[in-house]
Design a protein around this ligand. Structure first.
Ligand code: MG
Length: 475
């Protein structure tokens, strides 16, 4: 639950209660019996600490300064002063009460900042609506505003850049070394999958899934024996089949060391499962949590948008490097503890970076809350989605680039809206105040002022609706 990794971690007992492995509350014991000494309860548990980190990060988040609020804050008092001065001016120049009232009201009516008030919310409404139609869920308006200012994207690996489940990536055969005449890849997979039928282990399930994908018929097995932490043993087609790690092969006298030529072929970062039939090694099935097919394009899009891309993972350096090299990421932080993820985001922010964090697990939650914009995978945990600002409903990382572009487009739209809303007022107010009258020009009747004011709102709405035509990456 806490690490976000798909493969269970082996825990070993100690001689005394103090030197055994540490286990975390709320996680799953998949196999075996545990006798546990409880060291921390309630608010001191790891989960409670993560929740506290999330809450602190959320509290510390600075609110986004609203452009429209800033403009309106200056604009409204100025208009009131202009309206008052207009009335005073016409009273001073001896106009009739009717005229004074007409000019003053015309100024107030045309200055009504309703287009100004509409400028931001309408653009955000259309922007978020357009995003939602394409599976990009902005959970709050400030997120849409903040996304355009990002310069750094920090990404979790497992479940974010990768699918989050191990898959068969490679099958190696050992020729002329087995009871089976010439083992081919299908043969190796068929034996392994037969033994792994009904396995609860993620690696075993991945082997069976691959056999199903290749539409292999799996033989029945007997005398099945699961050796926790090692692998499985069973009789299949009257042959004794072993499927497991090097330790199992050593224990069953298949080999002492992994044959060198085989070891060389195993892609680094993947997990090998050895398959032996009647005491002879016939092949190796390699599994890895593969990068999502669109991850590479997504990383390139981020780089094109001028963002620095960083991988942040609790996994080992070798698995991290394997995924990084496939996706084009050059900056990696590996072996990061759940509590440290938010700390690393903070360090980037301290250096002046504006960070977008993408993650899926409970361990990512504090970092998602700490980041300027937290982005969660739709396939992720509820906690991650709850702490994030943007949710990718289709789990497509390219949508993050879309979200940033949409945010930029929306902000541009807001500025255009403000310009139009403000432009009407700048032109309209002097005319309404009767500035042209002394030069023989027309006065603006309050009713016409109301019409012009309404039209400014219409033009702002029309401008924002253009956002509906925003072009997304094809998915
Ligand atoms: Mg993860």
């Amino acid at each position: 639950m806490l690490t976000g990794e798909p493969v269970p971690v082996e825990k070993t007992s100690g001689k005394s209660a103090s030197d055994g492995s540490e286990v975390t509350g709320g996680t799953l014991n998949t196999n075996g019996l545990l006798t546990i000494r409880v060291k921390r309860v309630g608010g001191e548990t790891t989960l409670a600490r993560i929740i506290r980190l999330v809450e602190n990060a959320q509290l510390a988040k600075a609110p986004v300064a609203r452009l429209a609020d800033q403009v309106a804050g200056v604009f409204v008092p100025i208009v009131l002063v202009i309206a008052a001065s207009t009335g005073f001016f016409w009273w001073y120049s001896g106009a009739s009460a009717n005229e004074i009232l007409s000019y003053t009201v015309a100024v107030l009516v045309i200055a009504c900042p309703c287009a100004l008030g509409l400028a931001t919310p309408i653009a955000i409404m259309v922007g978020t609506g357009t995003g939602a139609q394409h599976g990009i869920l902005f959970r709050n308006a400030p997120a849409l505003e903040a996304a355009q200012g990002l310069d750094t994207i920090i990404m979790d690996k497992t479940g974010t850049l990768t699918v989050g489940r191990p898959q068969v990536t490679q099958i190696l055969t050992v020729e002329g070394n087995s009871g089976v005449p010439v083992p081919d890849e299908k043969e190796v997979l068929r034996f392994a999958a037969a033994v792994e039928q009904g396995s609860e282990h993620p690696l075993g399930r991945a082997v069976v899934a691959e056999a199903e994908k290749q539409e292999l018929d799996l033989a029945d097995i007997s005398e099945f024996e699961a050796k926790t932490g090692f692998g499985e043993k069973a009789v299949c087609n009257e042959k004794l089949v072993l499927v497991g790690n090097p330790a199992l092969m050593r224990a069953e006298n298949v080999f002492n060391e992994v044959p060198e030529n085989l070891a060389k072929q195993i892609i680094s970062g993947s997990t090998p499962i050895f398959v032996a039939v009647d005491g002879k090694l016939i092949g190796v099935i390699c599994l890895a949590d593969e990068a999502r097919p669109e991850s590479k394009t997504a990383v390139r899009k981020f780089q094109e948008l001028g963002l620095e891309v960083v991988m942040l993972t609790g996994d080992h350096q070798s698995s991290a490097e394997a995924v990084a090299s496939k996706t084009g990421i050059t900056k990696i932080h590996s072996g990061v503890l759940p509590e440290e993820k938010a700390e690393i985001v903070k360090q980037y922010q301290a250096q002046g970076a504006r960070v977008g964090m993408i993650g899926d697990g409970i361990n990512d939650a504090p970092a998602l809350a700490q980041a300027d914009v937290g982005i969660a995978m739709g396939s992720g945990t509820d906690v991650a989605m709850e702490t994030s600002d943007i949710v990718l409903m289709k789990n497509d990382l390219r949508h993050v680039a879309d979200a940033l572009r949409l945010s930029r487009a929306t902000l541009r739209n807001i500025r255009q809206n403000l310009f139009w809303a403000f432009g009407y007022n700048v032109i309209g107010i002097p005319i309404a105040a009767g500035l042209l009258v002394p030069f023989g020009g027309p006065a603006l009747h309050p009713m016409l002022a109301a019409g012009a004011m309404a039209f400014s709102s219409v033009s702002v709405v029309m401008n924002s609706l253009r956002l509906r035509g925003f072009s997304f990456f094809k998915s």
